[in-house]
Design a protein around this ligand. Structure first.
Ligand code: FES
Length: 212
């Protein structure tokens, strides 16, 4: 289940767990049952309750499987945040405004494709842009260094930290605008509208991507 050698040390087991979390989490296309079985297996190995077999597998009893099926996932896995995202381009098609209170509920109920709306996990040591790309999405960017504003997003809910950028005026930062190439998640849950580079004010700040 963890895919490590039976003599793996704690650091190897921890790395394997984080890798498998991304593969099995429901937000990443896995199933709740697989995710909970993984969490249970990791806890058992970490606490010394079971040992890894020669092939790195963990014997699983029927009781374990039942317990896993009964347990609800509690928030995103350790070291990650869950980001609910929405493409700004679809708002006009549906007559939505970016500050609608129920914007994300409406998006959740609409028949949007995974590139337009969805959820994904962001490692705490990766940027929002890197997480989107790791999941196969082509979010806008050009410089990847905080100079062009092509990667701008609106963080509607949650907290991120952004390394210094001189591109965004403080007023925009106060409104929740961030650069996805520079910001990493802080809170467990985020709501992010991406592809907002054509918002009034941002469009004027933006440097053409050909310059990079
Ligand atoms: S890609 Fe240029 S500021 Fe982020």
């Amino acid at each position: 289940m963890l895919g490590v050698d039976p003599d793996a040390d704690d650091a190897e087991i921890s790395r394997a767990y984080r890798r498998r979390v991304k593969e099995t989490h429901p937000d990443q296309g896995g199933s709740r049952e697989a995710f909970m079985r993984l969490q249970q297996a990791y806890a058992a190995v970490r606490d010394g309750d079971v040992e890894l077999a020669e092939d790195g597998s963990i014997a699983e009893s029927a009781d374990d499987a039942d317990a896993a099926a009964r347990t609800e996932p509690q928030g995103p896995p350790p070291g990650t945040s869950r980001m609910e995202y929405l493409d700004y381009d679809v708002l006009a098609d549906y007559g939505w405004e970016i500050d609608d209170d129920d914007l994300f509920e409406a998006a959740s109920d609409a028949d949007l494709g995974p590139g337009e709306y969805g959820r994904l996990l962001v490692d705490h040591d990766e940027t929002l842009l890197e997480a989107a790309e790791r999941c196969g999405f082509a979010w806008p960017y050009a410089c990847r260094g905080g100079a062009c504003a092509n990667c701008a997003v609106l963080v509607r809910e949650g907290e991120v930290e952004m390394t210094q950028s001189h591109v965004l005026p403080q007023g925009m930062v106060d409104e929740g605008i961030r650069l996805s190439c520079l910001c990493r998640p802080v809170s467990d849950e985020l709501q992010v509208v991406y592809n907002v580079k054509h918002l009034p004010g941002l469009d004027e700040l933006r440097l053409p991507s050909q310059q990079f």
